[in-house]
Ligand binder design. Structure first.
Ligand SMILES: C[S@@+](CC[C@H](N)C(=O)[O-])C[C@H]1O[C@@H](n2cnc3c(N)ncnc32)[C@H](O)[C@@H]1O
Length: 219
């Protein structure tokens, strides 16, 4: 008996899936923090989705949610398209989204969560500024912003994050591990206050922001 006629296409799509070593390490830990915060039937917009593995992990954990992946990089978008095949329309086709472009958020609204994992240190500071400036119009009034990555915290900064900062800057002077206070202040200027901070493996943090919530992030 021959294969189903769509099988070769599907196999070709599966081959486009990319796997990132860092996502393999952090995807479950991120899911454990983010998943309980997502309301029933949540609609999630992710900035810089990379391989699409975080979207896939959250969608596996939560069959009720919808995920919109995005990335400026076409190879990553192809990987996201391949992962999306596993989720019957719950993972949308990826959007080409570069936060350095004016108008990047056109037509993006009504999301329950804006998720950004390991992006703001590996892009110019304008990416953080653009995200903070437009988040309030993208998420619902009770929506949230989820940021994950390494941060600088003055003298408390982990040596590995200082090394990472130096290595990022040597690759691109506009990149760098961001100062946690600056990130919280920038989101604050966009109308968001830090709700929780969760220490994550390998000296990373998960930060959750919500509109109108008093600051003093707690674990
Ligand atoms: C280190 S990767 C992280 C990918 C994924 N979020 C993860 O954690 O596995 C950084 C991601 O940010 C994206 N990115 C870089 N500059 C960006 C920009 N200006 N706007 C949106 N995404 C950007 C890259 O294409 C890439 O997917």
């Amino acid at each position: 008996m021959s294969d189903h006629p769509t099988a070769p296409v599907s196999k070709r799509m599966q081959a486009l899936k990319l796997y990132s070593p860092s996502a393999a390490r952090n995807r479950q830990a991120i899911c454990d923090v983010l998943e309980p915060r997502l309301p029933q039937d949540a609609r999630v917009l992710e900035i810089g989705s990379g391989t699409g593995e975080h979207a896939a992990t959250l969608l596996e954990a939560r069959p009720d949610i919808f995920w919109q992946p995005t990335d400026p990089d076409p190879e990553y978008r192809s990987s996201q398209t391949a992962w999306a095949q596993d989720f019957n329309g719950r993972m949308a086709q990826p959007l080409e989204l570069d936060l350095c472009d004016p108008g990047w958020d056109n037509d993006l609204e009504g999301f329950d969560a804006l998720v950004c994992i390991n992006v703001i240190h590996i892009s110019p500071i304008t990416v953080l500024n653009a995200l903070a400036a437009r988040a309030a119009s993208i998420v619902k009034p009770d929506g949230l912003v989820f940021l994950y990555g390494p941060y600088k915290e003055g003298e408390k900064t982990a040596p590995s994050n200082l090394d990472f900062d130096r290595s990022l800057k040597s690759r691109n002077p506009q990149w760098g591990v961001r100062d946690l206070d600056l990130v919280i202040r920038t989101l604050g200027e966009g109308g968001f206050a830090a709700l929780t901070r969760t220490d994550m493996p390998a000296n990373n943090l998960s930060l959750i922001f919500q509109p109108g919530v008093p600051s003093n992030a707690s674990s």
